[in-house]
Design a protein around this ligand. Structure first.
Ligand code: PRP
Length: 214
């Protein structure tokens, strides 16, 4: 019997670079070089598997609505989007970083209502509410590190890897919010209807992750 068609939505950028070797170990290889193409969907060596390459913030949406069966996305975006709408069966343990608050180096946290700039508005709301800290949220879509020096915010909530972007912009990490790695998510209906084909990929990926860790 032929295998059902599967679409895997990948997050472009650093996650893509780190996930392609894992996919290769799971016998899934794009039919052409993704990084040198403007295409957004790619055939693979497997006739039934296609890869989409999109922004991480769109991966949960594609998987929730079933346009993609499987997604690869950072835990930061799952914490922001909510993780009820799909299954999250595997931690790929790649693209490790932390969600942190950050403030200007050496500047004491101002008293009173804190102005916080972030693209992670739900995470920030929850984090400060749990601590009883009143904030004014300022939604930005990128370059968050600029907001404090331009007088737009007192603090930011962002992902931190090496910390170089913070330092280069006169900021320091303050409070730890969450560890972040990339996760596999799966559409709930696909998991039922295409179970064997999806399980096969999950098992191979899980072996690849274990091999990498050992
Ligand atoms: C992320 C994040 C920081 C940077 C942190 O941006 O928003 O700007 O990486 O990395 P560092 O601690 O090693 O300096 P990314 O390059 O992923 O792009 P984005 O602005 O689209 O999130």
């Amino acid at each position: 019997m032929s295998k059902p068609n599967l679409v895997i939505a990948l997050t472009k950028g650093r996650i893509l670079d780190e996930v392609l070797p894992l996919l290769a170990q799971a016998d899934i290889v794009p039919a052409e070089d993704i990084s040198s193409s403007r295409k957004l969907i790619f055939d693979t060596n497997l006739a039934h598997v296609k890869l989409m390459v999109i922004r991480g913030s769109d991966v949960p949406t594609y998987v929730e609505f079933g346009s993609a069966d499987i997604g690869v996305v950072g835990k930061d975006l799952l914490l922001e989007y909510g993780d009820e709408a799909f299954y999250e069966p595997l931690d790929l343990d790649i693209a490790r970083c932390r969600l942190m608050t950050a403030e200007p180096i050496g500047r004491p946290t101002p008293a009173g209502r804190l102005r916080v700039a972030t693209k992670f508005v739900n995470i920030a709301k929850r984090y400060f509410a749990e601590r009883g800290i009143q904030i004014e949220l300022i939604k930005l879509n990128g370059a968050l590190e600029l907001a404090p020096s331009m007088g737009l915010a007192d603090a930011i909530v962002d992902i931190v890897d090496t910390g170089k972007t913070l330092t280069a912009n006169g900021l320091e990490a303050k409070e730890f919010i969450a560890h972040v790695t990339s996760r596999i998510i799966v559409n709930k209906a696909s998991m039922k209807i295409k179970n064997a084909a999806i399980r096969e990929i999950l098992e191979k990926l899980s072996d690849a992750v274990a091999k990498r860790a050992s």
